[in-house]
Design a protein around this ligand. Sequence first.
Ligand code: ZN
Length: 224
Amino acid sequence: MSFSLLDILFPRTCACCETPLNSHEQEICLHCLSDLPTTNYHFQQDNAVGQRFDGKIPYEHATAYLSFQKGSRYREAIHLMKYHHRPHIGTILGRYAAAELQQVYADATLLLPIPLHPARLRRRGYNQSLYIARGMSQIMQIPIDERSVIRTVKNETQTARHGYERYLNTRDIFRVIHPESLSGQHILIVDDVVTTGSTIESCAHAILQAATDVRISIFALAAT
Ligand SMILES: [Zn+2]
């Protein structure tokens, strides 16, 4: 292992296991990267992520790269990525995901990270899904569209909502402002963590209504 003077002055630690990183490592140590809890959902067309969208929106492929239990050190890394100013964790994991999944999404033409509401983007300072998409784009050589869809509703309280109320709540939280950039594309929607899938569903719904001749695929870095 080699350490630079900067590492000694400002020790960087692995987002998963907190061991010091050497100068060749970024955000996550090689040991943790070699042990990622991948779902392998991309080997199954009918998988636990796709099932969340069956009958709701038409999609080509849907998968999540990682799956973990409560208390997993990988869950901690996702938390740091989202809430503690370490969005580059997303870029690194996005690269790893794309290297494994690019066959599945080979004919996608556009990466569309789920937009944050402008107020939340200002507060957080970054959109973690955009950082994930950047990592994927580096491997897949597909452009990112971060301007055609905007989020108009903050949707903060979603976890407390159920059933029809949640459906109404998530139905119109996105608006497509540049449908012409999306028409004719196979759009790969990129999200950080998929839970019920209602946010992605709402985004896909807005796209399908506004643009013509569009195909949708779905990627989440992790699934709960
Ligand atoms: Zn580690």
